[in-house]
Design a protein. Structure first.
Length: 294
């Protein structure tokens, strides 16, 4: 029997890294498809998943990422993937095999923990980013909602940090524990089966498409760029991520307060290529190349 409880505050301590997505009102199997699983990807029991992971460690014979699936209570399901899956936008965005943002018609909540970077949180509804948190600070169209959820736990957004060894005052940031606790409390996500997750006893599904999109993009424009939406100051180019077709601008005056903006690059070519990981599934005794369990 799977026991539920403990909220989300333990995530930064209980897992080495994760990309955890909750969906309201749909089963976990459908959420897995929205996150990149082929529609015919079977549900693999925990023993089969463990056997596949032993037979195909990622550094030797990578197979498609397996998402652990389950019920989080209160009408929410979840899929737990490796943290690296979050940045593979070709699998999960509007250009994925699902064809739409995973939050199409529903509400989704995701939390990414890498063990290195600040927590990445995203709250989406029908393709719209409502609020979240990243290394750029609070973001989304309604960032005040996260501030409210944190304040309920005693966090003071106006509190000032102490100077570091270089005499600089870092931005005041909530801890992992506070961020995840606020997320869980706000949405009532307090039924996550912690023991089953930590002991790896949940079933899973292959959560990568059989074909991956490959796009070519033009270089980022040289500028000048539109003014900062917060202070009206000039924006400068921060970095270009051609793999996801975007570039990031920032305002030096208020970058600590979320003075960033992501712009899309112009696409010059689009195509699909086979996902090489699926070829390795043929080598396993637990599943064949069509994703069907023996």
């Amino acid at each position: 029997m799977i026991e539920h409880g403990d909220g989300l505050a333990w995530l930064h301590r209980g897992l080495d890294g994760c990309y955890l997505t909750f969906a309201e009102g749909i089963p976990a199997e459908e959420l897995a498809v929205r996150l990149g699983a082929p529609a015919d990807s079977p549900v693999l029991d925990a023993d089969t998943v463990a056997a596949i992971e032993r037979a195909a460690p990622p550094w030797e014979q990578p197979v498609p990422d397996i998402g652990r699936i389950g019920d989080a209570g209160n009408g929410w399901s979840f899929v737990l993937l490796p943290c690296t899956a979050y940045w593979e936008h070709g699998r999960t965005g509007p250009e994925s095999p699902y064809g739409r943002c995973p939050s199409h018609g529903i509400r989704t909540v995701s939390a990414v923990y890498t063990g290195m970077d600040p927590a990445q949180i995203d709250v989406m509804h029908d393709g719209q980013h409502l609020w979240g948190y990243s290394d750029s600070g609070f973001d989304g169209s309604r960032p005040h909602l996260l501030n409210t959820a944190l304040a309920d736990l005693g966090w003071n957004a106006d509190e000032e940090e102490e100077e570091d060894e270089y005499g600089e005052v870092p931005p005041h940031s909530p801890s992992y524990e506070l961020l995840y606790a606020a997320l869980g409390n706000f949405f009532g996500l307090n039924g996550l089966p912690r023991a089953a997750i930590e002991n790896r006893t949940l079933p899973g599904m292959f959560c990568e498409p059989r074909e991956l999109p490959r796009h070519e993009y033009a270089d980022a424009p040289a500028g000048p760029y539109g003014p900062c939406e917060q202070c009206g100051g000039p924006m400068v180019l921060s970095h270009v991520a051609k793999a996801v077709g975007s570039y990031v601008l920032y305002c030096d005056r208020c970058k600590a307060l979320g003075g960033y903006r992501v712009e899309g690059l112009t696409r010059t070519e689009e195509r699909t290529v086979p996902n090489p990981k699926w070829a390795n599934v043929n080598l396993l005794g637990d599943a064949d190349g069509d994703g069907n369990a023996d």
